[in-house]
Write a protein of this length. Structure first.
Length: 408
């Protein structure tokens, strides 16, 4: 491997018993392996661009730091990265082909968070979810359905339950108290960076509580309207958590009734629009998709609710900021978030995007695409902020914010 090339990875600092380490992992979940290296070793990792040989890296380190790194040490690091499937080469390509085929052959999309983000035991899971309603930050238990206005859309977090459980509970209490929904169109966040703006899958989703069916008819009608295969990149659904984490709450909300069907959609980033000073609706492909989605929702005889599975700000060194997360910084983040949410409440999709665009997405709003899409297709008229919350890490390395919003 004369000029090894690192494939796209996620790298972030952690404090390991007083020592700074850099954690490397795969944002696309093509491998679940994680590697922690020293900051010095990560300098070498960053030089693996497919053009530098071991000798080139040695020379550059010597030039910059007056230190000669033995070639065996660099080769050993490269071998470790290869074993973890972090390099672009035939070994990794063969691994990917096998994963894709296994996903295509699977009868359902199996859960990737069960046994980790939440219990894989159904009874324990029910207790876990119910506890989020009862906690001090939660909304309390639901009294059951009432004859109110139907929900047209929702924003719910996709952060892990341990940090965001009470916020999920605020959202799903509203669901339990509203007239029943037939189909939830779930706009997840494609953290793995799909090539297209929107990626569907026709697979039904499995959780420890059973199977949630995907509405094949809705996808058929939307594909016919667009004349496109919306499931071409469906493999990225395999390791993506943002849709799955809604389903457990959804299933428990409707128990013992059948869970509504879903339309699972992963939204990519609007990086082109952000960098060029445009709004997404100025991109012909996006504009055409949004129009087709609006029309397909409008013609449906079923009651459809659009659910954006969306977190808000991601700040701190873990996400690329130089400074630690402080109380004053979190106060600024909250002011900016709440100002953004006020724009969401105006139901103006383009204005929402411009609000984030004004500082080039300084706070890294994770749910930008899914919230924009929701605002572009809903015909809701009333908006209620259910909860806003922040989850800072005690180390000061990161903080994530999120909210629950109901649209009628």
């Amino acid at each position: 491997m004369s000029q090894p090339k690192l494939r796209p990875i996620e790298a972030f600092p952690v404090d390991d018993r007083g020592q700074r380490r850099i954690v490397i992992r795969d944002p696309r979940h093509l491998t679940d392996r994680i590697l922690a290296v020293s900051p010095e070793a990560f300098l070498i990792v960053a030089m693996l661009d497919g053009e530098n040989s071991v000798r080139d890296i040695q020379a550059e380190i010597l030039k910059r730091f007056q230190v000669m790194i033995p070639s065996e040490a660099i080769e050993g690091l490269v071998q470790t990265l290869d074993e973890h499937l972090f390099l672009e080469n035939e070994r990794f390509e063969a691994h990917c082909r096998q994963l894709v085929q296994e996903f295509r052959d699977a009868p359902v999309r199996r859960p990737c968070c069960a046994g980790g983000a939440y219990s894989e035991d159904p009874q324990e899971l029910r207790k876990e979810i119910q506890a989020y309603f009862k906690t001090e930050e939660g909304p309390g238990l639901s009294d059951g359905p009432s004859a109110g206005k139907p929900l047209k859309a929702l924003i719910a977090p996709h952060i892990d339950y341990q940090r965001g459980g009470p916020c999920y509970a605020h959202v799903y209490k509203k669901v339990s108290e509203a007239p029943p929904i037939d189909v939830f169109l779930i706009l997840g966040t494609g953290h793995a960076g799909p090539r297209g703006h929107y990626v569907f899958t026709r697979k039904n989703f499995e959780t420890p509580l059973g199977i949630v069916e995907t509405d094949q008819d809705f996808i058929n009608r939307l594909e016919a309207r667009l004349g496109a295969d919306l499931c071409e990149e469906e493999f990225i659904h395999k390791g993506e958590h943002s849709i799955e984490l809604q389903l457990v709450f959804l299933q428990l909300t409707y128990e013992p009734r059948p869970c509504p069907k879903i339309v699972p959609i992963l939204c990519g980033g609007f990086h082109e629009a952000m960098s060029e000073g445009k709004v997404p609706s100025e991109i012909p492909e996006v504009r055409r998709f949004l129009q087709a989605l609006r029309e397909t929702i409008a013609e449906s005889p079923l009651r459809v609710c659009v659910l954006a599975s969306a977190d808000l700000s991601h700040v701190g060194p873990r996400f690329g900021d130089e400074d630690q997360v402080t109380e004053n910084f979190l106060e600024w983040v909250q002011r900016e978030d709440l100002e953004m949410i006020e724009v969401v409440r105006s139901l103006q999709a383009d204005e929402f995007f411009r609000q984030v665009q004004k500082d080039n997405d300084r706070r890294r709003v994770c749910g930008l695409a899914s919230i924009y899409t929701l605002l572009s297709v809903t015909d809701a008229r009333e908006v209620e902020l259910l909860k806003y919350a922040q989850a800072p890490d005690p180390s000061g390395l990161q903080a994530v914010t999120f909210c629950g919003v109901a649209f009628r």
